[in-house]
Design a binder for this molecule. Structure first.
Ligand code: GLA
Length: 672
């Protein structure tokens, strides 16, 4: 059996078809005319993985690995040195910058020679200020000598930073500082890519196209999902400003650095390619895993990034954390990405016409992660995992479209179950309804379609409506209802359902598997009155250190707080948090009421602490303390919990990030 692309199942089917309109598209300024970066630069920069620990050996090793590891062949060209390459003083006689002789025994010129000998190019870092971010001599006022030094050394690329910028704030001042180096580089006569790094402070997309080849649009990236998500959102609307020789730079790649999952790293790489971003590898290539290398050398995605139209993808639909990006490509194809920013798998659908392809009877959809091609009558849809991105090259189908299997999609939803942090809640021994939907989006029918659903050992799965369809014509869906029951003794924790479908097409049998419907087994609280500190929460987040049970929050290690005390009153029971904090509990519809005394702990007396306590059931606000300071006595809060499936305790910090030791003193619930 030939198995098609693995696709994960949906918990929530959300359709992202809202068209985003950009009010009066801004005009692109003419790009800096130095003939460079007609497509986004590709290469390496040491900063993300090594910080100040840069050296000639690292740069040379990386150049060697570009050749040996297939990266050069894939298009990576620039090996870039970031901050900390020089000594703290300029040469007193020449005024030139001096490479650190320990880190760069052969100097920058010797390093450049080595890199050039491998058919690659060398980049360097400086700063449009009095000192670099790490405190080495800056280029402000030394532009001519520094540009000439770089040119003499054989440097091919300059990243020009914004630290210690002599208090400059206005756009005019920024343009002046960055233009001085542009002109100095031009005067050397050497082609040097000019990368402006002012972190998006002064809307560089409005002026930098004429000054540099690319410009950072955001603050520094870091190796975590929150950072990646935020940078994508900041760079996403800037598509009108990108074009050959002038690109938005959402910062260097973190792929491979270990702080994100492979799903998140694939989103990172796919969206950088869609957004025509520079592809500057930021990981230690000497230790890169095969999974990292497979992402970095995905030549079909690199071709999207390097497409000669140089267009940045436009969000053509963007709602509820689900975004459809479309990037027109030379020759008429369009790259389409389905990006799921949410914490749960989701179905994302668009169509070829909305993506900018001409009206046609059919299209080919090339999956750029799976490297497989399917035909579609127009719909482009996938079930995308949490934080994931499906990405396709879509073209008008030629005569041979029947050679390709129809595009299919499988989703699974649990319509009646509550969802916490992307996980569906189920109870031991209690059946839940699961619906699977297998759709044929191709022009050709599929036959003998059969849906499957598998649960962990000991769980029961009963099919409640037909799981088979002898024939599934274009646009039709095989919908199946299932009843899934965890065993009565199922231990609390995370479990997975796997949905799948098999079908016939051509002479073969095909399959689409959909794993990961994450389920969280949770038991309702015991009957009677129970302190929440005696129950397990479903999820907890806290600004500093862990949430503490029966003590205040000590900010760092578990159990480092004190007896909960609010304005002199002490409480043996309760929860010690540090705002902003959020706690989720499962109630299962069995509870009636909640009581607590809330306030700022006395250990933060006379502090600027200011926090608001809120109680939600599902998304309904049931109680709100209003802003509380360290001077306030404990405030009693109560909430009616009748019928509620889940409870959420929220403390906001009202803009005071420090000292918000927020106690839910004596908090207890009554259930039957
Ligand atoms: C700034 C830049 C980073 C890096 C460091 C080096 O923070 O934005 O990319 O170059 O400086 O000090």
């Amino acid at each position: 059996m030939r198995l098609r692309a693995a696709v994960t199942a949906a918990l929530t089917v959300l359709t992202a078809t809202v068209v985003v309109t950009v009010a009066s598209p801004p005009q692109r300024a003419e790009a800096l005319d130095n003939g460079l970066t007609l497509t986004p630069p590709m290469g390496f920069n040491d900063w993300n993985a090594f910080g100040c620990d840069v050296s000639e050996k690292l740069i040379k090793d990386t150049a060697d690995l570009f050749v040996a590891g297939g990266l050069k062949a894939a298009g990576y060209e620039y090996v870039n040195i970031d901050d900390c390459w020089m000594t703290h003083e300029r040469d007193p006689n020449t005024g030139r910058l001096v490479p650190d002789p320990v880190k760069f025994p052969d100097g920058i010129d010797g390093t450049a020679e080595y890199v050039h000998a491998r058919g690659l190019k060398l980049g360097i870092y400086e700063d449009a200020g009095t000192a670099t971010c790490a405190g080495y001599p800056g280029s402000l006022g030394h532009e001519a000598v520094d540009a000439q030094t770089f040119a003499d050394w054989g440097v091919d690329y300059l990243k020009y930073d914004n630290c210690n910028n002599a208090g400059s704030t206005t756009t005019e001042e920024y343009i002046a500082r960055y233009s001085a180096m542009r002109d100095a580089l031009a005067s050397t006569g050497r082609p040097i890519v000019y990368s402006i790094c002012e972190w998006g402070v002064n809307a560089p997309w409005t002026w930098a196209p004429e000054v540099g080849n690319l410009w950072r649009t955001t603050g520094d990236i870091s190796d975590n999902w929150g950072s990646l998500k935020s940078i994508i959102n900041q760079n996403k609307p800037l598509h009108p400003y990108a074009g050959p020789g002038a690109f938005n730079d959402p910062d260097m790649l973190e792929v491979g650095n270990g702080g994100m999952t492979d799903v998140e790293y694939r989103t990172h790489f796919a969206l950088w390619a869609m957004m025509a971003a520079p592809l500057l590898i930021g990981t230690d290539l000497r230790r890169a895993t095969p999974a990292t290398m497979a992402i970095l050398t995905n030549t079909e995605l690199i071709a999207v990034d390097q497409d000669k139209l140089g267009k940045q993808a436009r969000p053509i639909a963007d709602a509820g954390g689900l975004t459809v990006f479309a990037k027109p490509l030379a020759g008429g194809d369009v790259a389409v990405a389905l990006y799921n920013e949410t914490d749960a798998p989701a179905s994302i659908r668009t169509d070829a016409h909305s993506a900018g392809l001409p009206k046609a009877a059919g299209y080919l959809v090339r999956d750029l992660w799976q490297h497989s091609t399917a035909e579609t009558a127009g719909t482009i849809a996938a079930t995308v995992p949490a934080h994931g991105t499906a990405v396709y090259r879509v073209s008008v189908a030629g005569r041979d479209w029947r050679r390709h299997p129809p595009l299919t999609q499988l989703s699974a939803t649990l319509p009646d179950a509550p969802v916490i942090a992307g996980q569906v809640l189920v109870e031991p021994g209690r059946p839940v309804t699961v619906r699977t939907a297998f759709v044929d989006d191709g022009r050709q029918p599929v036959r003998d379609a059969a849906a499957t659903l598998t649960a962990p050992d000991g769980w029961s799965v009963a099919v409640k409506s037909s799981p088979v369809a002898p024939i599934l014509p274009t646009g039709h869906t095989l919908k199946t209802r299932w009843k899934v029951t965890p065993p009565p003794g199922a231990a609390p924790g995370t479990y997975q359902l796997t949905a799948g479908a098999v079908y016939g097409w051509g002479t073969g049998k095909w399959g689409i598997t959909s794993t990961i419907v994450p389920l969280l087994v949770a038991a309702p609280p015991p009957t009677g009155t129970t302190y929440l500190s005696d129950l397990a929460w479903l999820s907890a987040s806290n600004a500093w250190g862990p949430v503490e049970k029966d003590m205040s929050n000590g900010e760092t290690a578990p159990r480092d707080g004190h007896t909960i005390t609010i304005n002199g009153a002490t409480y043996p029971k309760g929860l010690g948090t540090n705002a902003p904090s959020e706690l989720d509990y499962y109630l299962g519809g069995t509870c009636t009421g909640l009581r607590a005394d809330v306030g700022i702990d006395d250990e933060k007396d006379n502090s600027p602490a200011n926090a608001t306590f809120q109680i939600y059931t599902g998304s309904t606000l049931k109680a709100d303390s209003g802003p509380m300071t360290s001077a306030d006595p404990a405030k009693p809060l109560t909430a009616d919990l009748t019928g509620a499936q889940t409870l959420r305790l929220v403390v906001t910090d009202n803009g005071t990030p420090d000292s918000d030791h927020a106690d839910w003193a004596g908090i207890r619930i009554t259930c039957s």
